[in-house]
Design a protein around this ligand. Structure first.
Ligand code: NAD
Length: 471
């Protein structure tokens, strides 16, 4: 689909589980985008003049509205992209429950700080950048807009949110809730696909906050480079899990099942590659197979469903092609691997995979757990790092010091030991290598949505400027 027509064009949001139309959306025309940017630019003057704390106070009541509408938002998200209903409601509730603390963390991160030496007193200020384009994917259709929009707004920018064409309805509902409290034109939604996204990137904006695939990220970086626009790119992954020989096998298998099949594998930090010590390979595969058999795939709205469909037929075709190529090259199927009805792909376990297979090199974004045995830790680390991606990773092993030493050798932004890769509260969400370019969350992440300014003065007015300090 490409929505580039000058006249208003309609497109449909389709439930991937049953093909039903969830709703119709009018795409933003390309002619309207500069007008929306101009409005956002005008609104930014007053919005940016407020303190971060005042901006946060304006948005604070949105938390209760979000909480009250969590079920409705979750239901819409589930129907738009096929996430099991409980998880979708959980996503909305997570945003609502964390809203106030998130606002406080951002305000705190943007507070002025002082730096001084013997001669100079400096104030670091975090000023707005201007108009921000927040371009988001479909896999966490509430959380991704939330994590992009909130820090951008509190930093004093105005925001044009361009959600995925797969999940425009729920993102627009999220924006509507915030807009019940925001002044006019501080937050607006641009509807459409990559055509509208690109037009926004090329428009007169100052910050691009993008979450999506590595390929689109590279295109955006190229387009933004011409205007030296500030970019924050959160991109795809190919996360490894290393299961060391002293690992709690049951725990590691439970983690692998959850993290390979959650959201039907459509998670940026899904476990897509599993490297297991050869001495425990068979036992690990048995545990993985038993736990995978307990998953329930089906209608995302049914209360016991744990795995839904792929978001669309294109995504299904990509996943099935990778599975088939791996089988043709010698992978052993221990679960799934079959073609299912509609957009569904059965939770699949592939053993005996190698890095000659595309499924071990390119992002899959589907419900597939791929297992390769390793002979020693050096080989495990080499395999884990044999990828251009570097988002998350996990290491399982009972000896914490040993597992930590392995974790430190993995070239990823976030590595979890006996847990997923997400850090403690206040940690950034950060990708290494081609998984990220800039990052968000935590004080360090929030400051990337602002322009740092340093204002300095001499502590003593009588002191002459030395050449070195007068630069
Ligand atoms: P995508 O790159 O296809 O699309 C993302 C967004 O970019 C959509 O809104 C799309 O319309 C827009 N877009 C497409 N082309 C554009 C262009 N040339 N200029 C501007 N905008 C453009 O990604 P997707 O399929 O929606 O999402 C899945 C991807 O997102 C996966 O690779 C996944 O790993 C990644 N992801 C990463 C994180 C993270 O935190 N690192 C989180 C969630 C998803």
């Amino acid at each position: 689909m490409s929505i580039a027509a000058a006249a208003p064009t309609r497109f449909s949001s389709i439930n991937p589980a049953n093909g039903q139309v969830v709703g119709e959306i009018t795409a933003t025309t390309l002619e309207a985008i500069p007008e929306l940017v101009a409005k956002a630019k005008r609104a930014q003057v007053a919005w940016g003049a407020l303190t971060a704390s005042a901006r946060a106070d304006i948005l604070r009541p949105a938390a209760d509205r979000l909480k009250a509408e969590s079920k409705r938002l979750g239901d819409l998200a589930s129907r738009e992209m096929g996430k099991p209903l409980g998880e979708a409601i959980g996503e909305a509730t997570y945003c609502a429950d964390g809203f106030a603390a998130e606002l406080d963390e951002i305000v705190h991160a943007l507070a002025e700080t002082l730096r001084e030496d013997k001669r100079v007193m400096s104030t670091l200020k975090y000023a707005p950048l201007g108009v921000c384009a927040a371009i988001t994917p479909w896999n966490f259709p509430i959380l991704m807009p939330h994590q992009s929009v909130l820090p951008a707004l509190i930093a004093g920018n105005t925001v044009l949110l361009k959600p995925s064409e797969e999940t425009t309805l729920v993102a627009a509902e999220y924006a509507r809730i915030l807009n019940e409290f925001l002044p006019a034109d501080v937050l607006a939604v641009v509807s459409g696909d990559g055509v509208q996204g690109r037009a926004l990137v090329l428009a007169d904006i100052q910050l691009i906050v993008f979450t999506g695939s590595r390929e689109t990220g590279k295109r955006i970086l190229t387009d933004a480079g011409n205007g030296l626009k500030r970019v924050i790119l959160e991109l795809g992954g190919k996360d490894p899990l290393i299961v060391l020989k002293d690992a709690d096998i049951d725990l590691a298998a439970a983690f692998a099942v959850r993290n390979s099949f959650r959201n039907a594998g459509q998670v940026c930090v899904s476990t897509e590659r599993i490297y297991v010590d050869a001495s425990i390979r068979d036992e690990f595969l048995r545990a993985l197979t038993v736990k995978t058999a307990a998953l329930k795939q089906g209608d995302p709205c049914a209360p016991d469903t744990t795995v839904g469909p792929m978001v669309n037929a294109r995504q299904k075709a990509k996943v099935v092609a990778q599975i088939n190529e791996a089988i043709a090259r010698g992978a052993t199927v221990l679960a799934g691997g079959d073609a299912c009805e509609g957009n569904f792909v059965a939770p699949t376990i592939l053993a005996d995979v190698t890095h000659r297979m595309e499924i071990m090199c390119e992002e899959t974004f589907g419900p597939v757990a791929c297992v390769q045995a390793f002979a020693n830790v050096d080989e495990a680390v080499h395999l884990a790092n044999d990828t251009p991606f570097g988002l998350g990773a996990a290491v399982f092993g009972r000896d914490l010091a040993n597992a930590t030493a392995v974790a430190q050798r993995i070239e990823a932004g976030m590595v979890g030991i006996n847990q997923g890769c997400g850090g403690a509260e206040g940690c950034p969400w950060v990708g290494a290598k081609e998984s990220g370019y800039g990052f968000h969350s935590g004080p360090e992440g929030h400051r990337q949505f602002a322009q740092v300014r340093v204002i300095s003065h001499l502590k003593s007015v009588t002191e002459p400027l030395t050449p070195a300090k007068s630069l």
